[in-house]
Design a protein around this ligand. Structure first.
Ligand code: KIV
Length: 256
């Protein structure tokens, strides 16, 4: 399937089968997640926090994303591979297209950027270049410094209206799906019912959107230093890693 067909297939899931998406930053994880039937692998800029050790996503560069995207793309997954446009790499429509082209050359099927009305012209330019675009509304991690932290969205009628207006602008510009982050459950349901493309939620309450996305380390329990309140780990990779490493140290140092 071409990237455009893969993106269209995700768009076609609206109102039918929920979409299961995960972030992914390396080759072995991509192979395993694809084998498990995950629909979307997002090489997200959360990479900066959960892999590279930065305090937030504003430190992530295009080179960081390209390096990890190439590893994920080397698996040639059935899943749709989306790559984030990092902060400061889509300041103008022309720069947005140049960045999106670099990401697709490195193996992305589609790209994602944060924001609504102010990004519509950039989305239009990227989709005109034949590259599928996923939107990202609600809480926007790349704006954490301006907003002074991570705040829940969709709490007031004005906030819901702003998200809906942003969604309509993005849809008009050609997005095939929109990630909704940290929007209240009732507002997520309302927005999901009101718009024509699938919403994929994180921190919005499971079952309130057309799909779910989770950061892979939250699912695996492999980043115990910061666990968001909505995370639902399915295993304890941090605990298993410490236990295995302790056994190894003890075996090698002869104290077993
Ligand atoms: O970078 C990322 O992991 C994301 C998800 C939170 C959706 O954008």
């Amino acid at each position: 399937m071409s990237p455009q067909q893969k993106a269209a297939a995700i768009a076609g899931r609206k109102g039918s089968r929920p979409i299961a998406a995960l972030t992914c930053y390396d080759f072995p994880t991509a192979r395993l997640l694809d084998e498990a039937g995950v629909d979307i692998l997002l090489v997200g800029d959360s990479l900066g926090m959960v892999v590279l050790g930065f305090p937030d996503t504003t430190h992530v560069t295009l080179d960081h994303i390209l390096h990890h995207l190439e590893a994920v793309a080397r698996t040639k997954p059935k899943a749709l591979v989306i790559a984030d446009l990092p902060i400061h790499t889509y300041n103008t429509p022309q720069q947005a297209v140049e960045t999106a082209r670099k990401l697709t050359a490195a193996g992305a099927d589609a790209v994602k950027l944060e924001g609504g009305i102010r990004q519509a012209e950039k989305v239009r330019a990227i989709t005109a270049a034949g590259i599928p675009v996923c939107g990202h509304l609600g809480m926007l991690p790349q704006r954490v410094l301006e907003e002074g932290g991570y705040h829940k969205k969709g709490k007031t009628p004005a906030q819901i209206r702003a998200i809906l207006e942003g969604a309509e602008a993005l849809i008009d510009a050609g997005v095939f799906a929109i990630i909704l982050e940290s929007v209240t459950p009732a507002s997520s349901r309302e927005i999901t019912a009101a718009i024509s493309v699938p919403t994929i939620g994180i921190g919005c309450g499971e079952g309130t959107c057309d799909g779910e996305i989770a950061v892979i380390t939250d699912l695996l329990g492999s980043f115990p230093w910061f666990v968001p309140p909505f995370a639902k780990p399915e295993t304890d990779v941090a605990g298993a890693t410490i236990a295995a490493a302790r056994k190894y140290v003890s075996r090698v140092s002869g104290n077993s």
